[in-house]
Write a protein that binds this ligand. Sequence first.
Ligand code: NI
Length: 130
Amino acid sequence: MVRMTEAVDLHAVLKTFDDLWSPRIAARINDYDVRVTKVAGSYIWHVHDTTDEFFLVLDGELSIAVRDPDERVVTLSPGCVFVVPRGVEHRPYSDGGASIVVIEPTGIPTTGDRHDPLPDHIQTHTGLPV
Ligand code: NI
């Protein structure tokens, strides 16, 4: 990626696409991507074996079900952050829709190392360029 020379407006990036659960890489810091994503409905249960995953909500409300090991739900409103530890199964969902930032190492697939069967609206990738 080219060195960042200007500010990146995450809300402007969000206006450039409509697909859900399909992050755009808005910035990189060291070996990490700052990915911005629109979400609605439910993602699938999955787990990242080698990395923690950072979530920040920009708009809307995001819930993250986690099994650590008992199942519970963490709910994030705008301005709230949460980190899912490596090895913890999680399932993000948002009934009303949300815009979020996810920070994780470059090249980490969105669907993790293991996951439930993928419905049509969820694809595996490692973030798309802005
Ligand atoms: Ni994840």
